[in-house]
Write a protein that binds this ligand. Structure first.
Ligand code: HEC
Length: 203
């Protein structure tokens, strides 16, 4: 039914003229009239109404754009789904805070504690014996943000080979997350547990 009303002023008169035109013709006509401040077609509306409409449209567009930006800047993934996906990691990883409270997993120690991982330089958990490759990547500046975390967990070996530009690099983690959606959810989950590290690295 909306199509039966002018989308700019809600006046239904253009409908009669538009019925004969193609849908594209309708759009072009409405937009042209709008831009040229042509009011003849919409006798009951004044130019200031159009100004108000423009302001409203721009506000909506700006709000949409900033929302989309927020999504890019670390808002990926669903923490609740990530908590479930963590079942894939718990054989090797725990998430335990500085006081030793276990937030996820049991007490697996074959992989490093993932608490506060997001936003931190790779291979920096005290006391964990990392592979030479991951330690080197950390020294070269690898930080776990949304991109690096997702690529690493989807294929750690390939990630390290690319990052270090060394076709023989391996690292100690060979487990691969099969679905990139799971990797994103895990990112969101770990980020939600960590000590707000994302704000440091996400900028
Ligand atoms: C079979 C054991 C195993 C599984 C399963 C596993 N990991 Fe790992 N993970 C490791 C090991 C071992 C390392 C250390 C890698 C190295 O030193 O090269 C590691 C390292 C990591 C690191 C880098 C940590 C740091 O301190 O820089 C992240 C991030 C990570 N794992 C995430 C995950 C996630 C998320 C999952 C679940 C989807 C997962 N891992 C599943 C064994 C595992």
């Amino acid at each position: 039914m909306n199509l039966l009303v002018c989308p700019i002023c809600w006046h239904s008169r253009p409908l009669r003229a538009a019925l004969a035109a193609t849908p594209l013709g309708l759009c072009v006509r409405v937009v042209t009239r709008f831009l040229s401040q042509e009011v003849a077609m919409h006798p009951r509306r004044r130019p200031e109404m159009k100004f108000a409409t423009t302001v409203a449209l721009v506000t909506v567009l700006a709000a949409t754009a900033s929302f989309a930006e927020g999504e890019d800047a670390g808002g990926i993934g669903d923490p609740a789904a990530g908590e479930k996906a963590f079942s894939q990691c718990r054989a090797c990883h725990v998430v335990a805070d500085g006081d030793g409270n276990v937030l996820a997993g049991r007490n697996a120690r074959s992989g490093p504690n993932l608490f506060g991982m997001i936003g931190r330089q790779a291979a920096t958990v005290d006391g964990f014996r990392y592979s030479r490759e991951l330690a080197e990547a950390g020294q070269q500046g690898l930080v776990w943000d949304a991109d690096t975390f997702v690529s690493y967990t989807i294929d750690p070996v390939r990630f390290l080979r690319t990052f270090l530009d060394d076709g023989r690099a391996r690292g100690k983690m060979t487990f691969k997350v099969r679905k990139s959606g799971d990797a994103e959810d895990l990112y969101a989950f770990l980020n939600s547990l960590g000590p707000a590290a994302d704000t440091e690295a996400g900028q």
